[in-house]
Design a protein around this ligand. Structure first.
Ligand code: AMP
Ligand code: MN
Ligand code: MN
Ligand code: MN
Length: 285
């Protein structure tokens, strides 16, 4: 059986990717992606362009976003797929989630200045495609450009994660809110890259059971963030909790991303693909 090449997690310069929605669509298509979703952080401003570009290339499309959520003292990402991008409550929720980013960025720059890195706010802004969406990734690009660190990964390790000078704790959306915005706009909510959170087994169990209680239905099993062992582990988790399974590269940039669009293992055959529950929501080429 041919499983379609679905890539349901990627970023354009409308959030912290480096490519335009159109360039990303072209790259996805060239990589053999058959069903694509642009999932910019806390933002649906690129959805129309992504969908138009995908359909013009003959590639099916699902609307997408990746919502920042605070849960048990960690930031958790919830991907929404197949929703109505014009839904007012979803748009208002995303706008509220984005709204603290500028002030957070100023505080990050103040922390970096104390550590001897001057001008980081203005520097990061030069990499920003959407002024409402200044993120740690943009700071990382500035610190690499100015020679402070050799690559973005080391910037995160030395400056932008908890306990380091550029890190500012932030309150994002609530788990229940994020799931509700997605569901009430007709979409399916998915826990993004579950292996990335530093949760104890008890906290992870709480995340999954609360997510399901709020109406969440899916989990990323095959993602650019998971090792082979993590793919196996979260295959079992998805089966245990009866969750739909998603697959996505989390591609951000040709220079920075190790996993290219569509270049992932297939979903294990025992899993129910998330798109099987979204057939009526797919924009067909
Ligand atoms: P923010 O929403 O501003 O907190 O930025 C989060 C983004 O930073 C994520 O979506 C990733 O793109 C990026 N990121 C987080 N951790 C790392 C890391 N260790 N290395 C590279 N990029 C990272
Ligand atoms: Mn990102
Ligand atoms: Mn993420
Ligand atoms: Mn992502």
């Amino acid at each position: 059986m041919h499983l379609i090449n679905a890539d349901l997690h990627s970023h354009s310069h409308v959030s912290d990717g480096t490519l335009s929605p159109e360039a990303l669509a072209e790259r996805a298509h060239a990589q053999g992606v058959e069903l694509w979703s642009l999932t910019d952080h806390d933002e649906v401003g690129g959805q129309q362009r992504a969908r138009d570009a995908a359909l013009a290339l003959g590639m099916d499309y699902l609307t997408g976003t990746e919502i920042s959520v605070s849960f048990a003292g960690e930031t958790v990402h919830i991907v929404g797929l197949g929703f109505d991008a014009d839904d007012r409550a979803l748009q208002a929720g995303l706008a509220a989630t984005r709204s603290g980013r500028r002030e957070r960025a100023r505080q990050m720059a103040a922390g970096l200045a104390q550590a001897g890195v001057e001008g980081a706010y203005e520097g990061a802004l030069r990499f920003v495609g959407n002024p409402d969406l200044i993120s740690r990734t943009h700071f990382a690009r500035f610190l690499v450009e100015s020679g402070v660190c050799p690559d973005t990964h080391s910037v995160f390790r030395r400056y932008l994660t908890a306990g380091n000078p550029g890190f500012v704790p932030h309150q994002w959306a609530g788990l229940g809110e994020a799931v509700r915005w997605i569901r009430q706009a007709g979409g399916v909510a998915v826990i993004a890259h579950p292996a990335r959170y530093r949760f104890t087994p008890t906290e992870e169990y709480a995340l999954i059971t609360e997510f399901i209680a709020h109406g969440g239905q899916g989990m990323e099993v095959i993602t650019g963030s998971h090792s082979a062992a993590e793919q196996i582990r979260y295959t079992d988790t998805a089966l245990e909790f009866g969750l739909l399974a998603s697959r996505g590269s989390d591609f951000h940039s040709p220079e920075e991303s190790r996993t290219d669009l569509g270049s992932l293992p297939d979903l294990p055959g025992r899993l129910q693909p998330v798109w099987s529950a979204l057939l009526h929501r797919i924009h067909r080429a």
